[in-house]
Design a protein around this ligand. Structure first.
Ligand SMILES: [Zn+2]
Length: 293
């Protein structure tokens, strides 16, 4: 109950974060851990969303930077230094939520380019988080490529899903893709329902087509925004579960089911997750269902 209450408080006062942070609420010394995903690629868990660390011979490309706090930043840097002495040369942000963008100001202050989708920058304007993440220094609209030390890292925007400014980060030589909160896992795996931040331009209706584009890339491991990396079969299954709930909601709206009865009318007992929407998300979902009728 306390967890649920805390989540609601976050939603109502500080802007959406994607999942309950582990190890306490706020502060700056939440537990973090680093582990190798594949040679040259590390995952830092805890203190917000997952961060990916791609080590090259000429520097590091970092994806996402934890919840805002000096202690979280210091710990992240300490863990990165434990696997490489290379400096961070680029930072990529997967979307505007502060459990991913927190501390981007500190990287900008070091002169490190912070790269994000252009809609991330506009989503920050109305994002009700304190402290508000700093705007990225480099934005792109469809695709962006970083080359460093003979390594290529690609940023792709495949449409609206978790937000309107989602970036999928692809590590082609390692066959890994970082999907951030476009991929929910939870315990048991599959139980974390997709969270579309409608205020931030998210969309459940478009989500399956975004994952379809991800599945066209050549990779065998996907890093979610929280929890452990997953194989292709998991991403396919998660995509199919979202498509099912969207298709059923579309059918309900076509039959004239009103908004306040929509969620109760959708069969979900054969899905891996139970989709429960806050009032604002229900408004957003219903609106896009009406438009796609
Ligand atoms: Zn998020």
């Amino acid at each position: 109950m306390r967890k649920i209450l805390f989540t609601l408080i976050i939603l109502s006062t500080a802007g959406i974060v994607c999942a309950q942070p582990k190890g306490g609420k706020g502060g700056g010394n939440q537990a973090q851990a680093i582990k190798e995903v594949k040679p040259g690629l590390y995952l830092v868990t805890g203190a917000g969303g997952n961060s990916s660390v791609r080590v090259t011979s000429e520097g590091i490309i970092l994806v996402d930077g934890k919840l805002p706090a000096e202690g979280n930043y210091d710990k992240l840097m300490e863990l990165i230094k434990s696997v490489s002495n290379q400096p961070i040369k680029y930072m990529l942000l997967t979307h505007h939520h502060q459990d991913h963008t927190g501390n981007d100001d500190k990287f900008l202050a070091l002169g490190i380019p912070v790269i994000a989708h252009e809609n991330l920058k506009s989503n920050l304007v109305t994002y009700a988080a304190t402290p508000k993440p700093a705007p990225p220094s480099v934005t792109y609209s469809t695709d962006y490529t970083v080359k460093l030390g003979g390594v290529t890292v690609e940023a792709h925007h495949y449409g609206r899903a978790h937000t309107s400014g989602d970036t999928v980060v692809y590590f082609p030589d390692l066959k890994v893709v970082a999907l951030s909160d476009e991929l929910g896992v939870g315990t048991p795996p599959g139980s974390r329902a997709p969270l579309a931040d409608y205020a931030g331009g998210g969309s459940l209706v478009e989500w399956p087509s975004v994952l379809d584009k991800v599945l066209k890339l050549d990779w065998d491991l996907a890093i979610p925004g929280n929890d452990d990396p997953q194989p292709r079969s998991y991403v396919q299954s998660y995509r199919d579960n979202i498509a099912k709930v969207v298709d059923r909601a579309k059918a309900a709206v076509k039959m004239g089911v009103p908004k306040d009865q929509l969620m109760a009318s959708i069969k979900m007992d054969d899905l891996s997750f139970k989709l429960m929407l806050q009032p604002a998300a229900l408004d957003g979902f219903y609106d896009e269902l009406m438009k796609s009728k």
